[in-house]
Design a protein around this ligand. Structure first.
Ligand SMILES: Cc1cc2nc3c(=O)[nH]c(=O)nc-3n(C[C@H](O)[C@H](O)[C@H](O)COP(=O)(O)O)c2cc1C
Length: 312
């Protein structure tokens, strides 16, 4: 059927778990710093929101180099969650971001339940924070280093305890390194989370066969970029069928059409990660690409596309 292009700009507004987004384009945590690093390239007022780099209770130096290795259609990283800690974030990073008309979502993590809770409590009541994204792909030191996000009981306990510690919307950022993503989506829902983010990076490894050493000092790292997009789209689709929570879809989004693939799979918003390393203006180019597609296809409202994949 021939599509009739629309003459006015499409409505891109999204209400994500009560967080008002002027459009569905967000930045993926850890790939856009605290916004200021990209402000030379991107007018932050144009973004739906900024999800900041992961914040912990205390400052973390991160892993020794090399921390990044480029792979076919993606990259491996083991930054080691380097960050200045929650106090420096609140005094030095958030005031800058607060100047802009964009939602600020704070990505947090900890190495124990107690650490997560302390960060969440410190964010409570702070002006200019729209929501908390909880990175559950973090080793639980007290449970032998197994990631919270790959153990269903640890995920449930972590998220339900965080839920009780804050009034802010909580978005659970799920790990893709699990057999059945829907179990974890349901655990997040049952814990009282308000939304989901998926996916985080997939665990990978690359080896230099000349010196017989891993390419990154940490041996293994997180794989991101276009290589993981089909896995991410599949998981967003499965999670959207399993729960009614709104989803932020991410994983290898490079263009507006890639972003819309996630929306049609069931995401209400999307986040741009690795693309920022290739093109610092990627968020804006992706937003423009989404808008262009909607105009060409005669779609007046982005909401009309959410979860509209037709499966026979
Ligand atoms: C260099 C780098 C650092 C990242 N740091 C974080 C982080 O601090 N917290 C987090 O939840 N995810 C982090 N991620 C994961 C991304 O937010 C995103 O989920 C993942 O990279 C998939 O999206 P992409 O393929 O568009 O990059 C990081 C990814 C990269 C590449």
């Amino acid at each position: 059927m021939k599509k009739i292009p629309i003459k006015t700009k499409p409505n891109l507004n999204v209400d994500f778990a009560g967080i008002k987004l002027k459009n569905p384009v967000l930045t993926a945590s850890g790939t856009f710093g605290y916004g200021e690093e990209f402000a030379e390239f991107v007018d932050l007022n144009k973004l739906g929101g900024v999800i900041v780099k992961g914040i912990s209770l205390e400052p973390i130096k991160g892993n020794p180099p090399p921390r990044i290795w480029e792979t076919p259609s993606g990259m491996l990283n083991a930054i080691g969650l380097e960050n200045p800690g929650v106090e420096v974030f609140l005094t030095e990073k958030l005031p800058y971001l607060r100047q802009f008309d964009t939602a600020v979502i704070v990505n947090i993590f900890g190495y124990s339940l107690d650490e997560y809770i302390k960060v969440v409590e410190r964010l409570e009541g702070v002006r200019g924070i729209s929501g908390i994204e909880v990175n559950i792909s973090c080793p639980n030191v007290k449970a032998g280093g197994m990631a919270f996000g790959t153990d269903i009981n640890a995920t449930s306990e972590l998220l339900s305890t965080i839920r009780k510690a804050t009034t802010l919307p909580i978005i659970a950022k799920l790990s893709p390194n699990v057999t059945d993503i829907t179990e974890f989506a349901k655990a997040a829902r049952d814990a009282g989370c308000n939304g989901l983010s998926l996916i985080n990076t997939l665990l990978g490894m690359a080896i230099d066969i000349r010196c017989m050493k891993p390419r990154i000092a940490n041996c293994t790292g997180g794989l991101s970029g276009p290589a993981i997009r089909p896995v991410a789209v599949r998981m967003v689709w499965q999670a959207a069928k399993a729960v009614t929570l709104p989803i932020i879809g991410m994983g290898g989004i490079m263009t507006g059409e890639d972003a819309l693939e996630f929306i049609v799979a069931g995401a209400s918003a999307i986040a741009v990660g690795t693309a920022n390393f290739v093109n610092p203006r990627a968020t804006i180019d992706i937003l423009d690409g989404m808008e262009k597609f909607l105009i060409e296809q005669g779609v007046g409202n982005i909401q009309d596309l959410i979860g509209k994949v037709s499966v026979r």
